[in-house]
Design a protein around this ligand. Structure first.
Ligand code: NI
Ligand code: MN
Length: 225
């Protein structure tokens, strides 16, 4: 069983068979976060890009848990220079670990750290654990190559719907048509005033297109089995 727990904004905690994968752990300063950085476990911390609302508590969590930071060359180097273990990658690369693998895909966005340091290209990521394949789109606009990401089959897709900084609900629905996932979790909305959206309306609209949406509240989780 793979558990996918939504921690508010884009923060996602994937757990399976003793493996903890934390994606974009922005908890401190995240008004929606149900947990603090001392309440999560991590073997891997995966970062889609360097913006503060994704990089978040990476260093604090890495220091406590000994987790390996897996991301772009630029983000991995930045983390390593600040004492974290890190594994440098880039778009297109696969990282294999006991029980699964993850692979980075493009995202249309930007990526710099809160201090202005360049973070490399922004990315989305597909994580496979126990045969379940989960796509976390990161921050992105709609792009037609999402079709390639969906082609090999997705059990779950976490897609931003907030608009302003990423695609909004209209383009997220078009993204689903390309990705064709079995399940959908909307992310990156309602954290701040510029990204207010109605997840129930999105769920209804996606449902009318045949997609099953789980509008998880921060702290809620979904079991893939
Ligand atoms: Ni961003
Ligand atoms: Mn963001």
């Amino acid at each position: 069983m793979v558990e996918v727990r939504f921690l508010g904004h884009a923060a996602t905690w994937i757990r399976a068979a003793g493996k903890n994968i934390l994606i974009d752990p922005f908890l401190t300063g995240n008004p929606l976060a149900p947990l603090g950085p001392d309440e999560v476990e991590a073997d891997l911390i995966v970062l889609t890009h360097a913006h503060g609302d994704h990089w978040g508590d990476t260093l604090k969590i890495a220091e406590r848990t000994g987790a390996t930071v897996v991301s772009t060359f630029e983000i991995a180097t930045y983390a390593q220079n600040r004492g974290a273990q890190a594994w440098a990658m880039n778009i297109g690369g696969t990282y294999a670990f006991e029980g699964g693998w993850l692979k980075f895909f493009p995202a249309w966005h930007s990526s710099s750290f809160p201090d202005g340091t360049y973070g490399g290209m922004p990315m989305g990521v597909v994580v496979e654990l126990e045969g379940k394949r989960i796509y976390h789109a990161g921050d992105t606009a709609l792009f037609s190559d999402m079709r390639l990401i969906g082609e090999q089959g997705l059990d779950l897709a976490l897609v931003p719907i907030g608009d302003t900084f990423t695609m909004g609900p209209d383009d997220a629905l078009r993204a689903l048509e390309l990705l064709r996932p079995k399940g959908v979790v909307p992310i990156h909305y309602n954290t701040f005033p510029p990204i207010q959206q109605d997840p129930v309306a999105f769920t209804d609209r996606a449902g009318a297109l045949g997609f099953e949406v789980f509008p998880l509240k921060p702290g809620e989780s979904l079991a893939l089995e």
